[in-house]
Design a protein around this ligand. Sequence first.
Ligand code: SF4
Length: 301
Amino acid sequence: MTREENVKLMTDKVAKFVAHIAKKLPDDVVAKLEELGSQEDAALPKVLYETMTKNQTLAVELDRPSCQDTGVLQFWVKCGTRFPLIDDLEALLKEAVVQATFAAPLRHNSVETFDEYNTKRNVGKGTPTIFWDIVPNSDKCELYAYMAGGGCTLPGKAMVLMPGAGYEGVTDFVLDQMTSYGLNACPPLLVGVGVATSVETAALLSKKALMRPIGSHNENANAAKMEKLLEDGINAIGLGPQGMGGKFSVMGVNIENTARHPSTIGVAVNVGCWSHRRGHVIFDSDLNATVDTHSTVDLNQ
Ligand code: SF4
């Protein structure tokens, strides 16, 4: 195949994947919503979880997005230096978003800042958002595709605490966000927490944390313990589905961290809503695609 044909092949596969994740939640989210719903006794949360399940069924039956806010597309790219289309990646991701916008269809969510017009194609200056991780000595390309909604994962919050604030300060910061911004973000939430050395490193990690599967844990035992403590603490607030009250507030808490300067604690929170539309696909150098988040799609057909 020529380079142009390969670019078209990958563009079509990414566009198909983006359109799919707009309609079908990843397997881990579906399983977690079922688990949480099955443990509610009160009538209102039970009905809300049933409505979420019905929403998923109807989205597939009617072939349309499961939430009206299909977000800004954000891609986390982990690309090998030897992946054959590395030079074409940014342009083809943009084109894939345009294709998916018309095929899915997706709501038009890209407004040019300062010029104040909607491009009506979901692409614009700097959108879709693309975060890059370059992987040496690899010929593969991993993509996390994420529909970042205006009420959930786009707002977020980050700050740098004084070192004396300690882990109690991190806890206070996270819990404060849950009773304000968290409530607005269609719970149950997947809470991403970044703990790092500055405001921007913490913010980026809080988004990266949302790419991790539900039920996974930070590899550091103390951080994993804090994930569990925060999960229990936020659940105890009792936000319930859609913030209407219930036994659970979250699908999980994922912390990502780096080392930090001794005089700073950077902390950030970023949440995914119950409609946590993120997908993960790995392309090999022949552009065969392996999706491990959705058993519902095969991009090679
Ligand atoms: S928070 Fe999530 S489910 Fe609620 S409107 Fe936004 S994207 Fe949709």
